[in-house]
Write a protein that binds this ligand. Structure first.
Ligand SMILES: [Zn+2]
Length: 377
């Protein structure tokens, strides 16, 4: 993406967003609106439980269910496999149930078959459920490119009870990802960069309001939501945060754009030691880096760092198991500031040296805060 050429605004979002306890058990009600043949791709971690549940849901209905297990990586090969397998049953709708990768694969297969797609996330940890794009990887798990689809999912179906069965770390990581949405939107607004809708347009006022609400909900309800999830119970705070992590963050980022926060995350992925950290955990650190890069008011930086510490998101290089050597941080910075990358959506010139300096300065600041605020001796 680049700076927009016109003043035309663009906004895209899923057809419907539905969130509440037990909604997955009502899947047949939603799929039957499209037709009788339903193809469902399910995450392998949850395949046994969910496939049994769905068989019960669909028995004694006029709908015909075909189930498939997602192999674990969004590769062109896996998308092709799912497309071909699904085509055999001539489905009228395709459903993806699982994490971001299962959903992105289902989305791409549904696009290939030109049929409606329903995404049903099993954790509130990614922006995949609402977006019109699939992130593709190699067999080895390295990100290669994005496929931009013509439309967003027809329905996003979020079952709060299912979300509660996922480890709480997923919810917290989703908050880390959602934390970046407003600040990256603001950077894109300042640089007047194109969003990710179609060919790329100026962001709407609605998109900016969504991004800001996403941040406000995290600050207001984030900690309460995490504590409720730890006890395995749904509360209004938890529902708000699931909505922020899934709908507001998803629709927010797509309609406003990413910037340095996600660029630093992309940079961190070059270090093997960060591979066991979730996307949103790296994005949380990246978001603090972005605020330091932009030299935002101290109160704003402190609010973000305090939030991260309160819910247990990483704020320092040590938290991310990264040794601050010149070679490692320069490798991160080179990837983060890669030519044509999202770091250049910042409203000023960004170079690898500037990112390197920012990461070290951020780490110094957050390490000090952790000590001052009693999070570390
Ligand atoms: Zn993200």
């Amino acid at each position: 993406m680049a700076r927009v050429e016109t003043t035309t605004r663009g906004f895209g979002c899923p057809g419907k967003y539905i969130q509440g306890p037990g909604e997955l058990k009502r899947l047949e009600e939603y799929t039957s609106a499209y037709g009788a043949n339903v193809f469902v791709l399910i995450d392998k971690r949850l395949y046994d439980t969910i496939s049994e549940q769905l068989k019960k849901v669909y028995e004694n209905t006029s709908s015909k269910l075909v189930l498939d297990k997602f192999t674990g990586e969004v590769t062109l090969g896996e998308i092709d496999r799912v497309t071909k397998l699904a085509a055999e049953s001539k489905p009228s709708v395709l459903v993806g149930i699982g994490g971001g990768k299962t959903i992105d694969t289902g989305k791409a297969a549904a696009a290939n078959l030109q049929i409606p797609f329903i995404s049903a996330p099993t954790a509130a940890s990614t922006d995949a459920p609402t977006s019109a794009l699939s992130v593709v990887y190699t067999e080895e798990g390295e990100q290669t490119h994005c496929i931009f689809h013509k439309t967003s999912p027809d329905i996003v179906l979020v079952d709060t009870e299912v979300i509660l069965t996922a480890p709480v770390r997923f919810l917290v990581s989703g908050m880390g990802d959602a934390l970046s949405t407003y600040f990256e939107a603001r950077a894109n607004a300042e640089s007047d960069y194109a969003n990710y809708v179609g060919k790329g347009y100026r962001r709407t006022k609605a998109a900016m309001a969504i991004a800001k609400l996403c941040y406000d909900i995290l600050i207001e309800d984030g900690l309460e939501a995490k504590l409720a999830a730890e006890r395995g119970v749904a509360t209004e705070a938890l529902e708000n945060v699931i909505e922020a992590n899934t709908l507001l963050s998803g629709v927010g980022f797509e309609n406003t754009g990413c910037a340095a926060g996600h660029a630093v995350n992309e940079g961190l992925t070059v270090l093997a030691e960060t591979h066991h950290f979730f996307h949103g955990e790296k994005v949380a650190f990246g978001t603090i880096c972005q605020l330091v890069l932009e030299n935002r008011p101290k109160a704003e930086i402190e609010e973000v760092v305090r939030f991260c510490l309160s819910v247990g998101l990483p704020t320092t290089l040590k938290d991310l198991h990264v040794e601050p050597t010149y070679e490692k941080l320069m490798a991160v910075a080179n990837r983060a500031a890669i030519e044509g990358g999202i770091a250049h959506a910042e409203p000023f010139k960004v170079t690898p040296e500037i990112i390197y300096n920012t990461i070290l300065a951020t780490d110094a600041l957050t390490t000090l805060y952790k000590k001052q605020w009693g999070y570390e001796a």
